[in-house]
Design a binder for this molecule. Structure first.
Ligand code: KIV
Length: 260
């Protein structure tokens, strides 16, 4: 199976939309790997799997466990590790943590949230040969509220400057989260690397969603998520049927037991 490289992701800009989803565990990683260009081991795992209120509560060692699993079952996709809150406050700590992450998980790249204010950290990591994916717009690690970005001129200017600063620093892709359509379009047209949108319109070079949101396994229902299935409903039906079978002694049957 041929592995997708950063070079190939870069080549897709203006040619072919880039497909990305999150994954945090074995079976999901195996499925997503068959179809997506990029798998993000997102810090959203904290909210999705552990019921945390924000992604700020996620710690690096738990993320490493998830990423190790995902990376060992994803043979094809590019696997990106989302650096959790407070793991990159300055270039030295960022490098120490990123080096540990890459060594232990074998992930292909890391993602950092932020724009101009983290450019020196991004440049340092790239100089140390750690590929970096940027993340601008709505930044869950620092935003107080879940609000769309880019509505006023000041915000637009800041986000556009963030994109250009990250681009100059050498990131290989930029996630744009929850910004208005024409700003996502302007950013996409002004940087040479692919933009990956989440709630940022079809004008981005690729799209990413949190997988649990799009398969109906979370209680987060923003407008930008298209629900492709309702796995919660399937689980509930199965659990109900199982309980009914146990209570009525329909399960286990002779097919489910061991005999000499
Ligand atoms: O943590 C995550 O899943 C993310 C995506 C929303 C881009 O950062």
């Amino acid at each position: 199976m041929k592995k997708i490289t950063i070079k190939e992701v870069l080549k897709k800009k203006n040619k072919q939309p880039i497909t990305c989803l999150t994954a945090y565990s074995k079976i999901t990683a195996k499925i997503v790997d068959k179809h997506c260009d990029i798998i993000l081991v997102g810090d959203s795992v904290g909210m999705v799997l552990y019921g945390m209120k924000t992604t700020k509560e996620m710690d690096i060692n738990t993320m490493i466990l998830h990423a190790k699993t995902v990376k060992s079952f994803a043979k094809r996709s590019l696997v990106v590790f989302d650096m959790p809150y407070k793991t990159y406050p300055n270039k030295n700590i960022a490098y120490r943590n990123a080096k540990k992450v890459i060594k232990l998980t074998k992930c292909d790249a890391i993602k950092l949230e932020g724009g101009k204010e983290i450019v020196n950290i991004v440049k340092y990591l790239i100089a140390k040969r750690i590929p970096v994916m940027g993340h601008i717009g709505l930044l869950p690690q620092s935003s107080k509220k879940f609000i769309f970005k880019g509505k006023n001129l000041l915000q637009r200017k800041k986000i556009l400057e963030d994109a250009k600063a990250l681009s100059n620093a050498g990131v290989f892709a930029i996630v744009i989260e929850c910004v208005i359509e024409n700003l996502a379009k302007e950013i996409t047209n002004s940087v040479p690397m692919p933009t990956i949108g989440i709630g940022a319109s079809r004008y981005c070079d690729g799209q990413i969603l949190v997988i649990d949101d799009m398969i109906g396994m979370s209680d987060f229902h923003p407008r930008f998520v298209k629900k492709y299935s309702n796995v919660s409903e399937i689980i509930e039906k199965s659990v109900k049927k199982y309980c009914k079978d146990v209570k009525s002694r329909k399960f286990p049957t002779s097919r489910n037991i061991y005999k000499f």
